[in-house]
Design a protein around this ligand. Structure first.
Ligand code: GH3
Ligand code: MG
Ligand code: MG
Ligand code: MG
Length: 308
């Protein structure tokens, strides 16, 4: 342990040093409060042994300043000839952890130091555990935003982001584009290839949609089943059309065979697109319904296309 002794009596400092001498401690000492505080910052002690009556600032003030300036807790034990109950009270209230009357008995000092060391070790362990929990919590929070199968954003994250982005678009009177996409004839795909391969297809589709929209503000989420949503802040109709065309082609470019339809067929997707500068009364639900309506039209119109 690193031990800092702050006491203006040289004899006292020498005596305490002698008590600690044969133990494996590194001992620093200061002859007044000001030097003691400076030394505290410098040597980063594990424990402070602090006199009370000193020239300049007294021990109570030293303890209070240490507690005030340094957030990390270090045990402080007062060593003082002032032993009235109120002295002890003041010392503890100032930030001390224990209070030993002078003349100091070696065994008592060492025993009290051991107790403080134990508390400090428990505290360190607790801080480490807290840190680990914080990291684990962050990871859990991140995982809670992801879809288990495809690894892209999930419905929950989509709902939260949509509410936020809709509010932002309203606030800044900016355009917002929202897209719902649905794989064409996916039931037939599952029927033909089985659900395991169906899942592979979902992963590939999610991945190509996700990598087609790379701006940090753009969100691709799995809405559920074989339906995906895309949210593009600050994107107007003109750009929305370009994006939709790009997405239709991106899914085609996977060239995922779909013999459940016919020998030459590949997996395609239909997209319902809406783009608007939202007025104050527009809701997330309305955006969803409108995009869904466009998606329905794309399906009716022969699939493998976008409708805005
Ligand atoms: P349409 O072109 O009209 O969209 O036809 P569709 O067959 O794709 O539409 P429908 O909604 O009837 O079928 C969706 C299918 O998606 C049914 C379901 O078995 C499948 N599906 C939903 N979630 C999953 C999943 O997580 N994994 C797999 N493999 N299939 C899924
Ligand atoms: Mg569907
Ligand atoms: Mg469907
Ligand atoms: Mg479908």
């Amino acid at each position: 342990m690193k031990i800092l002794i702050i006491d203006d009596s040289k004899i006292e400092r020498v005596i305490i040093r002698s008590y600690l001498q044969h133990l494996d401690h590194e001992v620093f000492d200061a002859e007044n409060g000001e030097t003691g505080i400076a030394m505290f910052a410098e040597c980063n002690p594990d424990i402070v042994l602090l006199g009370v009556v000193m020239v300049g600032i007294n021990g109570y003030q030293v303890a209070a300043q240490i507690r005030d300036k340094f957030t990390d807790w270090v045990p402080i034990i007062f060593l003082s000839g002032k032993t009235a109950p109120e002295d002890i009270m003041i010392g503890i209230e100032a930030g001390g952890d224990d209070y030993l009357p002078k003349p100091i008995k070696k065994q008592i000092l060492l025993a009290k130091m051991t107790a403080m060391e134990r508390i400090a070790a428990m505290r360190t362990q607790l801080l480490q555990t807290t840190k680990k929990l914080e990291i684990a919590n962050e990871e859990l929070e991140r995982l809670a935003t992801l879809d288990g199968l495809t690894g892209i954003a999930n419905r929950r994250h989509l709902d939260i982001t949509m509410a936020k982005e809709l509010a932002r678009a309203k606030r800044h009177a900016q355009p917002l584009t929202f897209i719902i996409a649905d794989i064409d004839f996916f039931k037939k795909y599952n029927d033909h290839y089985g659900h395991i391969q169906g899942d592979e297809c979902l992963k590939a589709v999610a991945s190509i949609l996700d990598s087609s929209l790379r701006r940090p503000s753009e969100l691709v989420a799995r809405y559920g089943g074989e339906e995906f949503c895309m949210l593009l802040p600050n994107t107007d109709i003109k750009n929305a059309k370009l994006v939709a065309e790009k997405l239709v082609n991106a899914v085609r470019s996977l060239e995922f065979r779909h013999e459940g339809i016919d020998k030459q067929a590949i997996v395609t997707m239909s997209f319902g697109v809406i783009s608007l500068v939202p007025s104050r009364d527009v809701t997330v639900k309305e955006l969803m319904l409108q995009a869904d309506e466009k998606l329905y039209q794309a399906k009716e119109n022969g699939r493998d296309q976008w409708i805005i």
